[in-house]
Structures are given as structure tokens and as C-alpha cells.
Design a protein around this ligand. Structure first.
Ligand SMILES: C[S@@+](CC[C@H](N)C(=O)[O-])C[C@H]1O[C@@H](n2cnc3c(N)ncnc32)[C@H](O)[C@@H]1O
Length: 359
């Protein structure tokens, strides 16, 4: 397909996703108003000029996504990578799940987890219904709905935002350009259902990829998605990002997407510290998460509403946190950050050892 036609197809698809996401939210909010009015969160009205800014930022994200595919950072097929049929079959489950979500919100019940969960196996902050999600992160049911729910939440921009970690990761890994591609190891911390690993596999077809998450149910779902890809299956490991079961210096690259805002400050620092430990000297870390008040004050209303609508107990603390300072405190250098629509991306390097070659 000629480039302009492919670009138009991509833009049209994204617009379609955005409209579907908005329509879903409009209908579900009205339905909640009828069936569970006490559960309706009190949100701050979004003025038209803010809607305009959001649209501009979303368009810029898509343009960046398109450009980076054009530059060959990842295959343009990734731009269209969506399991439509699968999502269509799961979509009714999202509706069926909604009343229990409303109940939890209304009753402020944020510890409604499956009975068979071994509470001792997880940090206390994790044992909650983030986003009022049924079973928290701790069931196959939750894992089956997660991707579609995130897709709806972000109006179809979740993967374009996740892909923003690719360019800094690929550039950072050039420090190891003298090694065969198959010897490069990249870890995705809090990989969830593996959507970020799927994008990274497209960009780094030969690298050894590893995904770590606390939820074995989410890892089972990741295994299903990633098993469909050609090439070596990424290794999936159950564990806590604060104390990862890997030796010092195991990886040359680490990514971590949409985790920081779900951790208390101390755990955030612990995860960053452990990423530093498991990286080889000269290795690159790239973190992506929500924009924050300091870099995107124009979106403060959106951040406030996110916190009011979803159970996100650490989000308020997160949006005022200094992630750059945390990266430096862990020992990282060359910290840079940029914002893309609703996502902030930080990239940093573990200092090289004296005499180590910098490429
Ligand atoms: C919002 S999801 C993000 C998942 C994925 N990175 C994505 O882009 O969709 C947060 C994920 O972090 C995981 N998680 C939360 N705390 C964790 C911890 N301390 N260690 C490892 N994983 C954790 C959850 O199980 C969940 O899969």
C-alpha cells in the first residue's frame, strides 16, 4: 500500500477506536446513572478548550507513532496490531462485569479479592481492586478483560503510548552494538498481559526478552498473546519488581510501563533501585507512565478525574513525585524525559565502568 494510504488507514483506525472508546464511556455512564446513581463519581467538568488540547496531543502522539515506524524503529504492521475478533468476543464480558464494578465503587470496597488468594505472597499495597477491577489483578477473568478495558480507557491510544519506550530503548541498546543481537537481554517489568513486550518484540526480533509480573493470571494471558508471535517466546517470570529474581547485571535494557502510578513511593524507589541492580553497566532503562502535574499542568483536570473515577490509591502521590530524582538516587545518569499525550517517558543509563567502550 502506498505510504499515504497506509497513514490514512492508521489515522482512520485510531479515530474509530477513539470514537468507540468515547461512545462506550458515554453509554456506560448513562447506564450507571440509571442503575447505580449513588456510585457515580463526582468529576470536574472538562471545558471545550481542554478537549481541544487533548485532541491536539493525541494527534501528535499518532504522528510520532507513524514517524517512528517510518524510520524503521519498529515495523508499521505494529500500528495495526489489534486482536479485533478476540476483543469483539470479550466485549460483552466488559458489560456483564460492570455492575460488580459499580457495586465496589458505591460501597468503597477496594479489597474484594478471590478467596483463594494467598495474601502472604504479595505486598499489601497490591491486594486491592485497582480501577475497581473485579478480582484486582488476581484472576484469569481480570486478565481476560484487562487489555480491552485499557484500550477503552485510553480511547485506543494505549499501544501508541506504550510504543514510546521503543525509540529510547533501541537507541540505548546501541551501547552494546558490538554484541550479536541474540545476546541482548531486555526485561519488561510489570509486563501484565504482555502488550509492551509484543511491541518490543517487533522492534528487537532477535533479542532475548523477559517479562516479569506479580500476577500469574496476567502472565498466563501474556503467554497466550505472545505465543502467537514468530521467533523465540519471551520468558515470563512471576515476581515482585522490588526484589527481582535476577542476578546483578543480567540485562542490557529494561522497560516498565504503567506501573509507577500503582505503587506507594517507597515501592516505586525499590523498583527503580532493583532495575539499576539487574542492568549491566551502560544499560538503558525506559519508564512510561501517566503525565504529571509538573510537566502537563494543562491536563490537571484529566488527572483529577482519573483519580476520582478509578480506584488508584497512589495516583495523587505519583503525579507530584519526582521520578528523575528517584532515577538519580538509584545511581542512573543521563536522565531525559518527554511527554506524549497522557504518557511521560523517562530514559536513563546505568553509568559505564571506567574503561568501558561507549558507542
Ligand atoms: C496497569 S498494569 C500495566 C501492565 C502493562 N505494563 C501494560 O502496559 O499494560 C500494572 C501491572 O503491574 C503489576 N504489578 C503491580 N505491582 C507490581 C510489583 N510490585 N511487581 C511486579 N508487578 C507488579 C500488576 O500485576 C499489573 O500487571
Amino acid at each position: 500500500m502506498p505510504d499515504q494510504l497506509t497513514k490514512l488507514a492508521y489515522q482512520t483506525m485510531q479515530q474509530g477506536k477513539s470514537l468507540l472508546g468515547l461512545a462506550h464511556k458515554e453509554v456506560s455512564t448513562r447506564l450507571m446513572g440509571v442503575l447505580s446513581p449513588e456510585g457515580i463519581p463526582k468529576t470536574v467538568p472538562v471545558p471545550p478548550e481542554l478537549m481541544g488540547r487533548l485532541k491536539t496531543a493525541m494527534d501528535a502522539l499518532q504522528e510520532r507513532d507513524w514517524q517512528e515506524a517510518e524510520q524503521g524503529l519498529y515495523p508499521s504492521s505494529l500500528l495495526f496490531d489489534a486482536p479485533w475478533l478476540d476483543w469483539a468476543t470479550r466485549y460483552p464480558m466488559v458489560w456483564l462485569d460492570m455492575p460488580s464494578t459499580w457495586n465496589r465503587r458505591r460501597e468503597r470496597n477496594v479489597r474484594d479479592l478471590p478467596d483463594d488468594v494467598d495474601a502472604g505472597g504479595y505486598p499489601d499495597y497490591y491486594l486491592q481492586n485497582f480501577h475497581h477491577q473485579t478480582d484486582g489483578y488476581l484472576s484469569d477473568h481480570s486478565a481476560a478483560l484487562y487489555d480491552l478495558q485499557v484500550e477503552i480507557l485510553f480511547n485506543g491510544t494505549a499501544d501508541p503510548m506504550r510504543r514510546r519506550v521503543i525509540a529510547p530503548l533501541v537507541r540505548g541498546l546501541r551501547a552494546f552494538a558490538d554484541r550479536p543481537a541474540g545476546q541482548i537481554k531486555v526485561l519488561d517489568v510489570a509486563t501484565g498481559t504482555g502488550r509492551t513486550l509484543r511491541q518490543i518484540r517487533g522492534a528487537l526480533p532477535k533479542a532475548q526478552l523477559v517479562g516479569l509480573d506479580l500476577s500469574s493470571a496476567y502472565l498466563r494471558q501474556a503467554n497466550k498473546w505472545l505465543g502467537q508471535l514468530p521467533g523465540e517466546l519471551p520468558q515470563l517470570v512471576q515476581g515482585n519488581g522490588e526484589t527481582m529474581p535476577f542476578a546483578e547485571g543480567t540485562f542490557q535494557g529494561v522497560s516498565c510501563v504503567f506501573l509507577m502510578h500503582e505503587l506507594p513511593g517507597e515501592a516505586r524507589q525499590n523498583v527503580i533501585n532493583d532495575c539499576f541492580r539487574i542492568l549491566e553497566a551502560g544499560g538503558v532503562i525506559t519508564l512510561a507512565d501517566s503525565v504529571q502535574l509538573a510537566d502537563s499542568p494543562q491536563f490537571s483536570t484529566v488527572m483529577e478525574n482519573f483519580r476520582r473515577v478509578f480506584h488508584e490509591p497512589y495516583y495523587r502521590d505519583y503525579i507530584s513525585d519526582d521520578i528523575e530524582a528517584r532515577l538519580k538516587a538509584a545511581g542512573f545518569e543521563a536522565v531525559v524525559a518527554e511527554s506524549h499525550f497522557m504518557t511521560r517517558v523517562w530514559t536513563a543509563r546505568k553509568p559505564q565502568k571506567p574503561g568501558q567502550n561507549a558507542s
